[in-house]
Ligand binder design. Sequence first.
Ligand code: FCB
Length: 456
Amino acid sequence: MTTTASRPEPSAPSRGDFAPDFLWGCATSSYQIEGAGREDGRVESIWDRFAATPGNIKDGSNGSVACDHYHRWPEDFDIGRDMGLNAYRFSIAWPRIFSEVGGKPNEKGLDFYSRLVDGMLERGLQPWATLYHWDLPQYLQDRGGWNNRATVDAYLAFVDAVTRRLGDRVQHWITHNEPWCTAIIGNYEGWHAPGNTDFKTALQVAHHVLLSHGKAVPLIRANVAHARTGLALSLHPVRPASSQLEDIAATERHDGLRYRWFLDPLYGRGYPQAILETIGDAAPVVLPGDLEAIAVPTDFLGVNYYFPETIEHAPGHGPLSARVLPPAPGVETTYMGWEVAPQGLAELLLRIENDYRPGPMYVTENGSCYADEVGADGEIDDVERRHYLMRHLAALNAAIKDGVPVKGYFAWSLLDNFEWAEGYLKRFGLTYIDYASQQRRLKGSGKWYRSFLRGE
Ligand code: FCB
């Protein structure tokens, strides 16, 4: 890791450089913060099951307590309000809402999210609800999970129950967080739940996730007056490792799966033909009408951006013979080993705008992990994270000035939390969590965001 601590202060825009109605939020997700794993009727999720196998989570932990947000949410929302946020992105845990296929929704689970939404509104936080941020009920995985087309119907029952209950107060709905991760990391690379390692399964999962998105949009609109609906994709600018034709072709294949495989069908172009030819028998089963459903017009696109990817031709490496290289020595990286490239955010947003013109876009996640330390004075002086935030907001401002219609920014994350396979070893919060005491402390980066939002 190289550090930015010794670098000069980056220049950052001020809040006044953005539109007055720009949304300034933080994002979280249910399994990563809530805890209360067995309370009020919540059933097992695929992440509980996955975390129970030794070796899957680096520190052997799980989300059963996490930030105890289930009980401490008023304090967390006070932190968000005091920071000056006007929006908050959270996700709804499906295992709190349905404990079996075809059953009745769990009123206690719905009540919890109803209280949560009221708590946001009382504090001036516009609620942005994500319906699926990876915590599938385990009983559905036992029937094949997203590989089984019936999971689409179970999802629609969940979406129906949640939007009926919260739709009088929540206007903004994100159907899915990062379908690529659900499909590829969870079902091909296997280092996320449910831990499958089969490429054909992964592509069928991706198809069913996209289909469930397409079918959920009209349902949400039927249940929610003035609904605004979209999904959040994890996207990366890509670069070939060299100017050799082989690396350029490998980059196109990688990008074809990482970017076009999701965006093309969402915007009415079907799955990319070149990738279909490359993957052959691994192509998903697509029934008549599916592609039309997936291409339903949406109200916005959510973009999660963390880092760019460099790709090399690697014969036999995966189904596409393409490999993502780690950052070269000397390249600035975070504690995750991810390249720090603020310009990549602007590049990515401009590319999406040119390729698809998706309408309003929101940066639904962007943030950084560093090895935070609490100083003797109790302060967390996370200068690298503060710089990361400042530099990415500068790039965002430039993209907007170049004409990309971005209407909001959600920092990942309000709180340190359970970082999936990394457990609690990796911190992304603007607020530090002492997991032993559950004490919260605003980090230097969070204080900077507060000054920025207050126009100080
Ligand atoms: C994203 C996830 C989010 C968090 C960040 C660091 O891919 O959506 O839950 O883990 O990465």
